[in-house]
Design a protein around this ligand. Sequence first.
Ligand code: 86X
Length: 422
Amino acid sequence: KEIKALGVQNAYFPMLIPENLFHKEKEHVEGFNPEVAWVTHGGDTLLPERLAIRPTSETIMYDSYKKWIRSWRDLPLRLNQWCNIVRWEFKHPVPFLRTREFLWQEGHTVFATKEEAETEVFEILDLYARVMEDLYAIAVLKGVKSENEKFAGAVYTASIETAFPNGKAIQIATSHLLGQNFSKAFDISFLNKNGEKDYAWQNSWGISTRSIGIMLGIHGDDKGIVMPPRVAPIQVVIVPIIFDDSKDRVLKKCEDIKKELEKHSIRAMIDDSDYRPGWKFNKWEMKGVPLRIELGPKDLDSGKVKASYRYNSEKELISIEPHHVAGHIVKKLDEIQKSMLDNSRKMLHDSIVPCNSIDHMQKIIEEKKIAYIPFCNTPSCEDAIKDKTGAKSLNTATGQKEEHKCVNCGKPAKLFYFGKSY
Ligand code: 86X
């Protein structure tokens, strides 16, 4: 919704990309070569040209962009595609976090000026941060990546990152200022208002199903998934406690409560399957349903129902009138959403330790924390720091002055987050 509100249109490009398109911008593709999966045959027939299964869609999209863009009137061009991606990873696969096939959206935009492009880079980054914080209840570090860690095809790469309870850092999403790197390689040029030829300014940005894995890893516990209410497919499960002689009355009350919840746009279900209540409790806990209501004949008599909260295992009795139950739950789901984000903020904040020397940093990284260090952003320094500590940079918050001294070389530096990562 927010991407569309920025004026970006959805589009779809082919999944199979002819090899020749990969040779137009060799620099960035080079390092990725081992990750490309190729289609070589149709049945038993060798193809005249190999087709890559898209590892990202710059090449196929920009091949069209160069034909579509002629004049300043054709700009900006802002497209987004939701698709699957294949990358032949060699590190061990981790469900959601590193898989050979994943789903993402990739935005690819073209502007007449650098300023417009640069504004968009950070608008998109803010949207990604909001997806994580407002929907998944996960705190993030927002910033710009180091020279070493940026996308090779970009002028710079902005990112959001976070850390797991085990101290491992992970990149969630990126937003790149591509500058004129691709427009020069793919000849995406236009006649400006003065009738002169200019190369266009481009961005690309993406967030993937990895974000789901991060939500599972950060909020989950030994009992299974813990869903933040705003992304939970089922927000409330009602478990009736069924005996033959009170079944109808109990189910009727459950229905009344469910209807009232739905009036408040709450996604509720009644689990009236034939399993025992205890089995159902475990099942829905494993699946991470934020809130459970149990309702049996005794509750009809006492006028109270028991509500259980998945994220902190707390329970409470609430008055049984459906409108009261619904009103209470609306507030409660909101509270859960906020508390889960607060917990994530606290965890992330507690895991970050400012360091002013390599020795201190070494110790902090060994303790599975994120080090916040002055770093000069030269590739050789990052290599040296990585050698000594095993950690790489995550990103650096924008708006800093170079008012520190690099922990490795002593030259002017900004503060960067460093950590061991997935
Ligand atoms: C970099 C850059 C960019 C659009 C994003 O980060 C967001 C959405 N694309 C992706 N990248 C590659 O360009 C790449 C290329 C090849 Cl050929 C490959 F095999 C793997 C890649 N991985 C990442």
